[in-house]
Design a protein around this ligand. Structure first.
Ligand code: MN
Length: 250
């Protein structure tokens, strides 16, 4: 098996080393990852600048681009063949609820899915990020990678996996939860008396509803959320289709 490992925390982050080590029993692991922390870069693709890939050691490439760039470059350039699986992570910090739209980790898995390669995004929750917690998350990644390679994933679907810190009570299949946004912008003065703003500085929380990713993680379970690429809200067709009928023609 050929496995492409990437992340958004950068190639020097402890999570990617733990992930590559955990997946090594499955076959050949090639790392293609950003050369620095690109967290919250979302699904950004570099179209107006050249990309460089620096092979730090055999099979370990640092790219001066985004996680999405890395998946592109990995699949279409750096790897000897199309990988059997792409795994992104292990992210430092959970990727839950509405936050996944910002996540470079989740976007890397999304990009692989767009290219027809099965993919997992793996993140570690909590605040401590110890070696043993990364190792636990690596174990979950290995388990799900094995399942994915054996059984495949439903079409256009990838898994967003979040592993709790501390003792793990089990694994739950979850739906995407909701973020409660409050005071997300912090306003301060710089040393010269000019205002500046800092995003995401306020207290944030999730709605801990049963069945959601954030609830499972909160309860000490590994959260596995199957995500798909079609963002269409089919339920809205019934009420919105009336709008089209009202459009004046002729
Ligand atoms: Mn990150």
């Amino acid at each position: 098996m050929l496995i492409l490992v990437t992340n958004d925390d950068g190639i020097h982050a402890p999570g990617i080393a733990a992930l590559a080590e955990s997946l090594a029993p499955l076959g050949q692991v090639v790392i293609v990852a950003p050369d620095r922390d690109r967290s919250a870069i979302g699904h950004a693709l570099t179209l107006h600048a050249p990309l460089r890939a620096d092979e730090l050691t055999p099979g370990v490439f640092a790219v001066d681009g985004t996680p999405t760039d890395c998946v592109n470059l990995g699949i279409h350039g750096l790897l000897p063949a199309t990988p059997d699986l792409v795994v992104a992570g292990i992210n430092r910090g959970a990727n839950l609820g509405d936050d996944i739209t910002y996540s470079g980790t989740v976007s890397a898995a999304m990009e692989a899915t767009l290219m027809g390669v099965p993919a997992l995004a793996v993140s570690l929750g909590g605040e401590t990020y110890t070696a043993s917690e990364y190792s636990n998350a690596g174990g979950a990644a290995l388990f799900l990678a094995r399942k994915t390679l054996q059984d495949g994933l439903p079409v256009d679907t990838f898994l967003n996996v979040n592993v709790p810190s501390g003792r793990i009570r089990g694994m739950r299949l979850t739906r995407q939860g909701r973020r409660r946004y409050a005071d997300m912008v912090v306003e301060k003065l710089d040393p010269r008396g000019r205002k500046y703003y800092w995003l995401g500085g306020g207290e944030c929380d999730f709605e801990y509803l049963d069945g959601t990713d954030c609830h499972a993680l909160h309860e000490g379970f590994i959260s596995v959320t199957p995500l798909h690429l079609d963002l269409t809200n089919f339920q809205s067709f019934e009420c919105l289709s009336l709008w089209n009928a009202d459009y004046p023609v002729g």
